[in-house]
Design a protein around this ligand. Structure first.
Ligand code: EPZ
Length: 422
């Protein structure tokens, strides 16, 4: 029996919500602290289980971490880095642990990291990470489920990424920061989290230009210094609350957001008749009762396309929209795990290859459902907010990986969600 959320429907959610620092920005930044022997302070760090796992990994490598509860910042003392092997337990808990391979290689000349397994949403290969490290001069060995990399020195290279992989772009950017000479990365990812990582590295003395575009130039430097860095807000957490306002036909004001990072989500919400307006301190998302929420098609794409991490959230919204919507998932090969659970709640969804065809129904019905991964779980929680009757959502650990007490924040906006410890 796992912990679960008991969710009862209430009316429209209304009020203010403060968005935390971005999980997918803080994880690569924490890995990047290993590139310097000096202390780093990372601010606006969300208290997530994924962050706790990354801190555990850093500590296991000799890089101590210390929370400053008052300011919500994290101090990383990477000077203590004395181990070049990451234990399986950490990579098993957190796939993003693999991001330490580039910094350890660059700082110590070698690294041994378990090959991350797949997860619910796909096989999650790391071939593009390794192709980039090899181009920089690393020897790569894969035995017994571990990837070992070594290099007497790293030398800048021209690297073309077959796919604009976020993680591979981050791995190569971190390793190239301490390589000799210039690295040019082409067809790389342009997500805001890449820009945040480049800002962290440049503040530490790196020379990275073009982050946020598909061509990034990195002139390697001999060493990096400690920095004090504030992580960008979490655009997916923000998108989650934007969809919560839309789905419950409510009115929510989000603060600590960067509107530019949310353009694809804002555009799609406006397309389905939800109002999104910029305020002096953030974004207001609300529904005009005189308008129906209508169906719209979605195709997930690398940034600045519609984010794959928002796909399940939007599917929950389309489940009771007026009309038929088609959601096509182009980034991960198995990211419709929430469909079966939504159908148990009465949704009318058919999967055809990489697309889901959704016929909006008047209202969903509460049911016992299971979260399979972080965003699928969040999508089911939102769907339950307006379903008729009680919903029991199991798999709270998935949601806790990416949200700081999502149920508490939704309850403060008028929801009725109880966490039951098994
Ligand atoms: C990051 O994962 C995010 N995680 C994911 O968020 C996000 O969904 C994803 O980027 C896409 O935006 C973190 O930042 C910690 P990718 P990442 O490498 O880096 C293929 C969440 O819910 N690929 O851009 O793993 C891969 O199979 C998580 O917060 C290769 O083929 O994403 C996938 O189909 C889920 N070879 C596609 O690229 C590689 O070497 C996108 O993967 C690497 C990736």
């Amino acid at each position: 029996m796992s912990d679960k959320f008991i969710i009862n429907p209430t009316g429209p959610l209304r009020g203010d919500v403060y968005i935390s620092g971005a999980k997918n920005a803080v994880l690569p930044v924490l890995a990047a602290t290993l590139l310097t022997g000096q202390d780093c302070v990372v601010q606006n760090v969300p208290r997530l289980s994924d962050v706790e796992s990354m801190c555990g990994l850093l500590a296991s490598l000799g890089a101590g971490t210390q929370w400053d509860a008052a300011s919500g910042s994290l101090i990383v003392r990477a000077g203590g880095l004395n181990l070049c092997e990451a234990a399986y337990e950490w990579v098993g808990k957190l796939r993003a642990s693999f991001l330490v391979i580039g910094p350890m290689l660059a700082r110590l000349g070698r690294a041994k990291v378990p090959l991350p397994g797949g997860c619910a949403i796909g096989s999650r290969p790391v071939d593009l990470h390794l192709k980039g490290l090899a181009a920089l001069g690393a020897d790569i060995d894969h035995t017994h489920g571990y990837i070992s990399v070594s290099a007497k020195k790293l030398t800048g290279a021209k690297i073309y990424l077959d796919f604009p992989s976020v993680g591979a772009t981050e791995s190569i950017m971190m390793a190239a920061s301490l390589a000799e000479g210039q690295t040019i990365m082409e067809n790389c990812a342009v997500e805001p989290e890449i820009v945040d990582l480049a800002n962290f590295l440049n503040a530490a003395g790196a020379d990275i230009r073009g982050a946020g575009t598909d061509t990034v130039k990195i002139n390697g430097t001999r060493e990096l210094r400690g920095v004090d860095h504030t992580v960008i807000p979490d655009r997916i957490e923000a998108g989650t609350f934007m969809v919560a306002a839309a789905l419950t036909r409510g009115d929510i004001h989000l603060t600590n957001v960067m509107a530019d990072h949310l353009k694809p989500v804002t555009a799609k919400l406006k397309e389905v008749n939800i109002h999104v307006t910029e305020t002096e301190t953030g974004l207001r998302v609300y529904h005009d009762p005189s308008q129906e929420v209508i169906a719209a098609d979605i195709k997930t794409l690398p940034y600045p396309g519609f984010p794959t991490d928002m796909q399940s959230l939007f599917m929950s919204l389309m489940a009771t929209a007026q009309g038929t919507s088609i959601i096509t998932e182009t980034v991960f090969e198995n990211r419709f795990m929430q469909v079966g659970e939504l159908k148990r709640m009465g949704a009318d969804i058919k999967i055809e290859s990489r697309s889901a065809v959704i016929e909006g129904v008047r209202r969903l019905a509460g049911a016992q459902v299971q979260a399979s991964d972080l965003r699928a779980g969040a999508g089911l929680m939102l769907a339950a907010l307006t379903a008729e009757g009680t919903t029991e959502l199991s798999g709270t650990e998935h949601i806790d990986r990416g949200y700081c007490a999502l149920e508490t924040q939704l309850n403060q906006l008028g929801a009725d969600i109880k966490r039951v410890i098994a």
